[in-house]
Structures are given as C-alpha cells and as structure tokens.
Design a protein. Structure first.
Ligand code: RIB
Length: 294
C-alpha cells in the first residue's frame, strides 16, 4: 500500500515553560528550539520511519526548505510539496513541566494549497493507495471527494477540531482518528462521557469508518461494525507529548499496510507513541522501526 499524506508542513518554535500561559500573563521560557513539525509532515515521518512507502504533499516557502531535506532523509518522497513566494506554516508550541503542550498555528503555505495542485497530485494515485489527512490545510473536502472518486482509501485525523469540520464529507472517510476532545465535539456528546460511550456514538454516526479514539493516559479505542478493541498505554517518562498522536497514526497505518489486524496495529502504534513522548520535539522525536519493532 502507498500512502499520500496531503498535509501541513510547519516550522515549530518550541518554548519550554513551567506552565501553559494564562490570559494576561508573561512568562520566561527556559529554552527555545526551532524544529520541524506540522501534523501532516509528522504523519509522513512516522509512516516513513515505520517502513511504509509515503509521499508527502503540501506547500512551503523558502524558509522551510530544510523541512524537505529532513523528510527526504527519512525516506519520504517530497515531489508533491510545492514552494511559493510566502511563509511556511508555523507553530508556536508551549511545553510545560509535565510535557503537556499548547499550540498556536500560523497557516502560511498550508493555507495556500490550490485545487489545481490537488488535482495534479491525485492524478498519480488510485486504488490500493491511502490518502492521509489532518485539519491544518485548505480544500480538505475536495481532497476527500476526489480521492474517493479515484478509489483511494481516506484516513483523516480530525485535528485540530473546529466546527467547519461538519461541512466535510466525513461519511466518505474510511478511518477517522480523534482524541477525546475532538471525539466529543464530533459525536456531539459531553466531554465527560465515558470513552466507550463516545466511541459508540461515533461508530453509530459514521458507520462506514473505522474509528480510532486516542485518550492520552487512557490509551486508545477502536470501533467498526461489531468489532471493539482497547489498547492501554505503554508507560514511559513523559518529556514532551508533541507529535504523539501523529506517531500513533503513522505507525498504525504502516502496520495495517503490512497486513496486521487493528488490535496488533494499535499495540505497535502505542509503543511508537510511548517513545515519542519520552523525547522533545515533533518529527525528530518519532522513533525508527528498529526502536519499535526491535
Ligand atoms: O501534532 C503536533 C504538531 O501540531 C506540531 O508539530 C505542530 O506543527 C502542529 O501542527
């Protein structure tokens, strides 16, 4: 199976802070690191490091050319990343002393992707290929519809969630990945509902899609038809949770691409994510297959 991630490619500015900033507060950070990220590019990195054949598509400015070198160094095919006369997407990330984060995004190239570029890219893909999406770029609905017309499978991580997600052709998706906050919003249930209840709501609302619900320390849940699985977390020292979800998705999909069942794929995805949270940064923190599969 070939994977095409059409997604965000960001320059991450990571500020290490004692706690996440409150309104009106000014805080000194103990470190500042410029690194490579973007949910889309992180997904591509995880897929490639897991050993899958992956193409990354998106748009960057000249300030982001180093991101291409990095993606290529991990085996990602970047021929569908366009450059333009503007800024690369940026993420201002606060990481607190417990490893939790808060992120502000600037779209840049991610929001300058055109329908023509999408059509041109998708022309090289079809049946047997999977499109991987998140919610950080424009024309996502066009991507879903055109990919399905071409016989591709489509996996979307509904992150970050915003109400415009309901305008997307979500019922056409084959795999939906959400965390507990996104899931509650998508399933229109209270955030404090039991995870199993949120999962059931999503399975009922999107019967054509396999649902993967990731809930931090609560592990991950899978639902499709009558099939249900729960994978607990694998304990690790938490340094920085950035890109843990992206790692989970990349390793899950790469495992499915190798013919593993969802339950096994969840285990390997969880193991990979447990390594990611023990390191700082986004793309750079994602482990190689040898670290995960041994
Ligand atoms: O999921 C983590 C990513 O979210 C970061 O790398 C940042 O760029 C944002 O897209």
């Amino acid at each position: 199976m070939r994977f095409l991630t059409y997604g965000s490619t960001n320059i991450d500015l990571i500020f290490t802070v004692d706690h996440i900033l409150a309104a009106g507060e000014t805080l000194q950070s103990t470190s500042l690191t410029k690194s490579a990220g973007g949910k889309g590019a992180n997904q591509s990195t995880a897929l490639a490091k897991a050993g899958a054949a992956v193409f990354h598509a998106g748009k960057i400015g000249s300030d982001g050319l180093f991101l291409l070198d990095l993606l290529q160094s991990w085996g990602v095919d970047t021929r569908y990343v366009r450059t333009y006369d503007g800024a690369t997407g940026q993420a201002l990330i606060q990481v607190d002393r417990t490893g939790q984060n808060a992120i502000i995004l600037y779209g840049g190239g991610n929001k300058a992707i055109t329908v023509d570029e999408i059509e041109e890219t998708l022309a090289s893909f079809g049946e047997g290929d999977m499109l991987v999406l998140q919610n950080e770029i424009v024309h996502t609905d066009t991507l879903i519809r055109r990919a399905k017309e071409r016989g591709m499978q489509v996996c979307m991580n509904i992150a970050p969630f915003d109400p415009s997600v309901f305008d997307l052709s979500l019922s056409m998706l084959d795999i939906i990945v959400v965390n507990e906050i996104e899931a509650a919003a998508l399933g229109r249930v209270a955030q404090k509902s039991a995870y199993e209840e949120i999962l059931e709501q999503l399975v009922a609302a999107y019967p054509g899609a396999q649902i993967l619900l990731t809930v931090g320390a609560g592990g991950s849940y899978y639902g499709f038809g009558n099939e249900r699985h729960h994978q607990p977390i694998i304990e690790a020292e938490v340094v920085d949770t950035t890109a843990a979800g992206d790692t989970f998705i990349g390793y899950y999909l790469a495992s499915i691409g190798r013919g593993l069942e969802p339950k096994e794929a969840m285990y390997w995805a969880t193991k990979a994510a447990s390594i990611t949270v023990s390191r700082s940064g986004a793309m750079a923190s994602i482990p190689y297959a040898s670290e995960v599969f041994g």
